[in-house]
Structures are given as structure tokens and as C-alpha cells.
Design a binder for this molecule. Sequence first.
Ligand SMILES: *Cc1c(COP(=O)(O)O)cnc(C)c1O
Length: 493
Amino acid sequence: MKYFSTRGNSVKDGAAYAIAEGLAPDGGLYVPESVPRVGADNIERMCGMDYRARAEYVMGLYLEDFTAEEVCKVCAAAYGDNYDDARIAPLSVQGNGISFLELWHGPTAAFKDMALQALPHLLTLSLKKTGESRTVLILVATSGDTGKAALEGFADTEGTKILVFYPDDGVSDVQKLQMVTQVGENVSVCAVKGNFDDAQSGVKLLFADKELAKSLDEQGIFLSSANSINWGRLLPQIVYYFSAYCDLVSAGRVKIGEEINFSVPTGNFGNILAGYMAKRMGLPVKKFICASNANNVLTDFINTGVYDRTRPFYKTASPSMDILISSNLERLLYFVSGSSDEVSTYMKKLGTEGRYEVGSALKTDIEREFFASYCSDDDTFERINGLYEREGYLMDTHTAVGYKAVEDYRAATGDETETVIVSTASPYKFCDSVLRALGDNAEGNGAELVDGLERRTGTQAPKPLKDLDKRAIRFTDSVETGEMRKYLLSTVM
Ligand SMILES: *Cc1c(COP(=O)(O)O)cnc(C)c1O
């Protein structure tokens, strides 16, 4: 299967090349030339499989240049006993036509594990297939969860190094502790003074820096990405949309062929785009509810057709969604418009003017698939507290934004279709906010707050989040955005 850049100037013959390269040379993102179909019969077949087998089937459809044995190996390594629930991505079916797809049972307690436990295996195989003998340096800008999940995935993976930049002021105490205590010989972690977009823009400049690429090459090193711009990061995420649907069928909540809705707490638009890919493959989905916090650039885009990043940036209680540039929206524009020329024009405008407006046909097509809304931190806290009081179900701040968006959708449309809320993080990952939402005064360091939430709710924290304060802090560096290049070179010298 060929992979094309969304901007039209690069073609790669096979998934391995797209995955090995990450970002296309013209600045676009790789997309498959065609979308494989999964019919009702195959969805029914998947209902009888466990998560690993579902992943093998769905990912295999896109990995034609991998052997069945290789795909099997990737999925066995990615979806084995590295989760604290044998179902890997369990669906928690609640009342009122709502279920939570819990994607946080992996080693870092956020949904990024679903992809980043697979990506290192996909990438090292891809490098072998493409005849690449240099060491790959994975360069990551993170709003918190990607960084830790990538570190955990790549730690001590042969032929790889990883460097993670996180915004000094943009991650929770627990997230920071998780990263700066990361073990592994091939890992580096550094704070950047600024917000996530500053860190991400800095990393993009490093990727575009030809001089840097040359000096790294002289040392047998090249850069690649673990951000959701990489196709190998997106592909594993398609699986859990099918998996959730199958689990709803098995729970007797829908019949095969019946449409459902998904509500997705969204930042970079990677997660929700994976859902949209699943729908294009044949999964019966009526609407995707795109849920944002106060950084509501996507809400405005879906409702008006204007993407405008020139707006204030807010730090919210759902920091993994504090994003003003949603990279994967580019893939949606490509799939919906079918025109790389159109995508190139919009992206050029975004670069020079910070905004673009899509044509009315494109706007209408996007509105048919997506409903969008956003909420404040107060609304977020109220939903956490309300659901916990009523049903005893505890959700994190990002998931709560998704919950509020379902309320908004139902109020606006009256549509009561069975809805899956994609639950993206364990409540323990953001326990300061969750405790505050439950009316406690959330004082203390990350580790004390984890204990506090256990006491308050009588639930248990995921193992990887326990005793964070007893681990050795390995990384304390902090740089200005202008110093990221120098820092990168110093870590590989
Ligand atoms: C990354 C993340 C998101 C946003 O996902 P995108 O793929 O960037 O849209 C939402 N919630 C949590 C907890 C995350 O870690």
C-alpha cells in the first residue's frame, strides 16, 4: 500500500517507509492511498476476539509490507501483561446510554500507551525493512502524557535514543515526576520555558533544520517522531474504536450494524481522527463529539469553518488538551476534501497568518461527521463530582470534558444514540484536580495526592503511579526554546 503526504509532494511505497520517516519532507503527514473496508461480517468476527487479536486484524490491513508473524509479534509485545486489566481496553458500561472506554490501564496510566507500546516495535521493524542502519533519535514535544508514554515505550529499545521536551509550566506534578524519574540508558528529558505550543514549535524547527540533520548524520544518527504525526502512532489507535463497538455488541447494547456515537476529549486531533478512520473503514458511527476545554480552537473551527490559532492560550485542569495547533486536523482536511492542493493552501495560511477558512462544501462535510463543544474548568469539576456522587464512577478531568460535551450534544440535538466516551487518563494522573472537584483541599506533592485520592474514594491507584516520590530524580535540566538545538546536540555527543 502506498502512503501519500497530505500536501501531495511525497509518496512512499509501504507503511514501513512512512513510519520510518514520520513527517513527510514537504511538511505534510502520511496517509494511506486507500482505506481498507471492514464489513459487518468481519466486525461480527472481531466480537469473538480478544484485544490483541482485534489489533492484529485491524493493523494488519494497513501493514501489507509486514509479515503476519511480524504483526503478531508487535501486538503480542504491545498488548500483553503490560496492562493492569487483561481486557487491555475495557468498556465500562453505565446507565443512560453511556459507556466509558478506559484507555488508561497501560504502564503510564494514559491512553497514549495504546499506541506507544506498539510504536517502538513498528518503528524498529520499519527501519530494518527500509535498510536504515543509523540510530534513530526520537524527538518528542509533550503536553505530559505522550512524553512519559514514549519514554516507557522506547526505554532501552535497541537502535533507538529518545529525547523528550516538556513545557516547564504545562504538566501536572504527577506527570513531571513520572518523566524525570524515567529509567533507561537511551533516554533524556528536559523542560522548556514556555507552553506546549512553544515546545512543539521548537521541536518542529529542529526537524526542519538541515544543518542539524547533517551533523547528526555524521554521527550515524537521524531524527524521528513519536508524536501523532507519525502514521505508526495513529494506526494502533484505530483498533480500540472497533474494540469498543464489539464490546457494546457483546454487552447487548447495540446490534451489529447499528450506529453509535463517540465523544472524544481532543487536543492534537489524533485520537478522534483514528475514530474517523475507523468509520471510513466501515464502523457504524453516527457522530463524533469533539470535546475541548477553554482552548476551544477546534470547537470554533467545526462550528464556523475558521481555524484561528491567534487567540489567548489558557492553562486548564485538562492540560493534555491545552493545544492551539491540532496537527492531525490536516489529515481530516485531506480525507474530507480529497485534495492535497487545498490542504497545502490552508497549511501555508496557518503558517503565515495563523488562520484559515475552509470552503463551504468542506465545512458542511465536516459538520455532518462532527459535533463540537467545549467547557470551563468549573464545568469539568462539576461533572466529576456529580457522576461520582450519583454513580460512584470516578473520571479524570479530560474524560469529564468529554462527558460534558455529550450533555451539550444531547441538549442540542435530542439524539439519545448509545454513546461511548473515550476515557483518556486515569483519575490518579490528575489527582490534584480530581480531589479539588470532590471538594477536598488538594495540598501536597504528587505522591501525597495519589495517597489522598485513594483515601478519599477507597479506590486503588494504578501501580505505576504509586511511590513516585521514592524514585530517584534523574533529569533536572531546563532550557529556553532557543537553546533546544544546543541541548539536543549535547545529549548525543
Ligand atoms: C493526549 C491526550 C488527549 C488528547 O488527545 P489527542 O490525540 O491529542 O487529541 C486527551 N486526554 C489525555 C489524557 C491525553 O493524554
